[in-house]
Design a protein around this ligand. Structure first.
Ligand code: TXA
Ligand code: MG
Length: 493
C-alpha cells in the first residue's frame, strides 16, 4: 500500500490546495484535513476521505482576524473581543455565516465555526493559499484525532494525500467550540480554553454545557468519538492503578496498557503491564498532549484494556476528562455506597465484580469513610467463603468526581440514598438503593463490629439483591438511560 507523502514544503502544499486538492496540516491542537473553504468539490472530498457524515459541519481556519468578515456576517463585538484575547489559539467561535460559504461546509446551518490556529505552519499555509481553509481533525471518523504527521499517514494509508509535517501538536485535544449566536454564549465542545479563562480575560460570561442533552447544537458531539479499540478504564485521582488492575482479573497482564507519568508508572507494583509515559511527573497539560497518541500506540499493540487517569475538573482537566470519558464510555460503572466503606459496600463490590457481564465494573465508597482503611476482617472472611477476595480493598470517601463517573450509584440503604441526593439532587436518575433490587425490598443493616454470623446474613442479603441487579443488567435493562417509571415498574415487592 502506498503511503501519503509527508512534506515540509509549504509552497507545494499551498499550490495543491489552490488546485482544489486536500492537504493535511498541523495546528496547535491536532492535525487538520485541509481544503479551500470556498471550493465545494474540495470540501466534499474532505468529507469523503474522512468518512464523515454530511450533517456534521466543519471549522473554517483563518490566518488572522482581519479575514473574519470574509466568512461571517453581523460579527458581534464579543467575537472581536474574544479573538483579540485568544487568537491565535484553540478557540473556535460559531457565528452567523456569510452567503459565500458553501452549504457543504456548514451542513446547511445558517452559522459557521471559525478559528485562527496558533501554529506558524498552519497560518503560513493559509496565508500562502490566500483563502480560508476548512479543517476537520485529520483522522478517519471514529479514530482518535491525530497529533503527529505519522498518525495521519497511518489513517490514510493508500490514499492520495499530502501531509505537511509540523511535529507533534502542543495541545493535543481539539479547540473549545463556543456558540456566540445564543445568549449567553454556550461552550459546545470543551477545550483547554475554559469558561473561567474567558471570563477572566474578557469579562464575558459563557455557559459550559455540562450535559450531553445540552450539546446536540454542535452536531459533531452526537457522534461516537475518540474511541480506541481497547476498553478504556478511567482511574480516579484517589485510586491506585494496582487496585484497578486487580479488579480486571486478566491472566495476561501485557494485555493491559497504562497511561501515566513516569513517577506513577514507577510506583505500580503489578509487573508485566504495557506502559505509555506522558512525562516525568503528573501534569494534565502533558497528559492532554499525549492522550490520543497513547490510544493509538495501545491499539497498535493490541491491548485489551487501557487504564488512564482522570484529573481534577479544572483548566485543561475539563477537556482532557471529557475526551477520556468519551473514549471510556463503553465501560459502565456501578458505585456501591455505605457509611465507612469497610463492610457492606466492599462486599457488594466484590459480589458484583465476581459475576459482572463484560463492560461493567463496580467500585465502592463511604459517605463517612476516612480513606485507606482495609475491609473488616469478618467481611473479608465471609467473602473468602465464596471464593471472592476483598483483602486488598482500601476505603474511599464519596467525592463529586467519583459520583460523576458512574452509570449507576447503589447505596446500601435508603438513608444513604437520601444523603447523596441531598448532596447533589441532579444524581436522581443514577441513584437506586440496593433495596430496589432486594427480593424482600429491605435495606441492608450495618454488621460493623458484630459477629461473623451477622456478616454472613448481610452478605446473603447483599448477594440476593446483587443477583437481581446483575440479572437486570444482563437482560439489557440499563442499556439505555431509563426513566424513573421503568425502574419502579421493575422494582421488587
Ligand atoms: O482543534 C480543532 O478544532 C481541530 C483543528 C484541526 O482545528 N478541528 C476539529 O474539527 O476538531 P472537527 O471537524 O473534528 O470538529 C469540529 C466540531 C464538530 O463537533 C462540529 O460539529 C462543530 O465543531 N461545528 C462545526 N461547525 C459548527 C457550527 N456551525 N455550529 C455548531 N457546531 C459546529
Ligand atoms: Mg474530529
Amino acid at each position: 500500500m502506498n503511503k501519503p507523502e509527508i512534506t515540509t514544503d509549504l509552497e507545494r502544499a499551498a499550490a495543491r490546495l489552490k488546485d482544489g486538492g486536500v492537504v493535511a496540516f498541523p495546528t496547535e491542537t491536532v492535525y487538520g484535513l485541509g481544503a479551500v473553504a470556498t471550493e465545494r468539490e474540495a470540501v466534499e472530498a474532505v468529507f469523503q476521505l474522512k468518512g464523515r457524515p454530511a450533517d456534521n459541519p466543519l471549522i473554517v481556519h483563518l490566518s488572522d482576524i482581519s479575514w473574519l468578515d470574509q466568512v461571517a456576517d453581523d460579527v458581534p463585538e464579543e467575537a472581536r473581543h474574544l479573538f483579540a484575547a485568544f487568537a491565535p489559539g484553540p478557540l473556535t467561535l460559531v457565528l452567523k455565516k456569510k452567503m459565500n460559504v458553501p452549504d457543504v461546509v456548514t451542513a446547511s446551518l445558517s452559522t459557521v465555526a471559525v478559528r485562527i490556529p496558533d501554529h506558524e505552519v498552519a497560518r503560513d499555509l493559509i496565508r500562502l493559499t490566500g483563502k480560508p481553509l476548512v479543517a476537520p481533525s485529520a483522522n478517519i471518523s471514529g479514530k482518535p484525532s491525530p497529533t503527529t504527521a505519522e498518525h495521519v499517514q497511518y489513517d490514510f494509508a493508500g490514499r492520495d494525500l499530502l501531509i505537511v509535517d509540523g511535529g507533534a501538536c502542543r495541545v493535543g485535544v481539539e479547540s473549545t467550540v463556543l456558540d456566540l449566536t445564543v445568549s449567553p454564549p454556550v461552550i459546545l465542545r470543551p477545550g483547554v480554553i475554559t469558561a473561567e479563562d474567558i471570563k477572566e480575560k474578557t469579562g464575558i460570561v459563557v455557559e459550559a454545557s455540562e450535559t450531553e442533552e445540552a450539546r446536540p447544537k454542535s452536531p459533531g458531539q452526537k457522534y461516537r468519538h475518540y474511541s480506541p479499540q481497547a476498553t478504556v478504564i478511567t482511574v480516579l485521582p484517589d485510586q491506585s492503578f494496582d487496585e484497578v488492575v486487580s479488579t480486571l482479573s486478566v491472566d495476561d497482564l501485557s494485555s493491559i496498557g497504562v497511561f501515566a507519568d513516569e513517577e506513577t508508572l514507577g510506583s505500580i507494583k503489578t509487573g508485566g503491564l504495557m506502559a505509555y509515559s506522558y512525562g516525568t511527573s503528573s501534569s494534565v497539560d502533558q497528559a492532554a498532549k499525549s492522550l490520543y497518541a497513547a490510544f493509538r500506540y495501545f491499539d497498535e499493540h493490541r491491548v485489551h484494556f487501557i487504564l488512564a487517569p482522570l484529573f481534577r475538573e479544572e483548566g485543561a482537566g475539563i477537556a482532557y476528562n471529557d475526551r477520556l470519558r468519551r473514549a471510556a464510555h463503553q465501560v459502565r460503572r456501578v458505585l456501591f455506597v455505605c457509611t465507612g466503606n469497610t463492610c457492606r459496600s466492599p462486599m457488594a463490590e466484590g459480589l458484583f465484580n465476581a459475576a459482572a457481564p463484560a463492560g461493567w465494573l463496580a467500585s465502592s465508597a463511604g459517605i463517612y469513610a476516612y480513606g485507606g482503611d482495609t475491609a473488616a476482617a469478618n467481611a473479608v472472611a465471609v467473602m473468602r467463603r465464596r471464593g471472592i477476595e476483598i483483602g486488598a480493598h482500601r476505603s474511599v470517601p464519596v467525592t463529586w468526581d467519583l459520583l460523576k463517573q458512574q452509570t449507576l450509584i447503589v447505596p446500601l440503604t435508603k438513608e444513604h440514598a437520601a444523603a447523596l441526593l441531598d448532596f447533589d439532587p441532579s444524581l436522581k436518575d443514577k441513584v437506586r438503593p440496593l433495596s430496589a433490587f432486594a427480593p424482600d425490598g429491605k435495606d441492608i443493616g450495618d454488621p460493623f463490629g458484630q459477629t461473623i454470623e451477622r456478616y454472613e446474613q448481610s452478605a446473603e442479603a447483599i448477594e440476593a439483591a446483587v443477583d437481581v441487579l446483575l440479572a437486570k443488567i444482563t437482560s439489557g435493562f440499563f442499556d439505555n438511560t431509563q426513566s424513573d417509571e421503568t425502574i419502579d415498574d421493575n422494582e421488587g415487592p
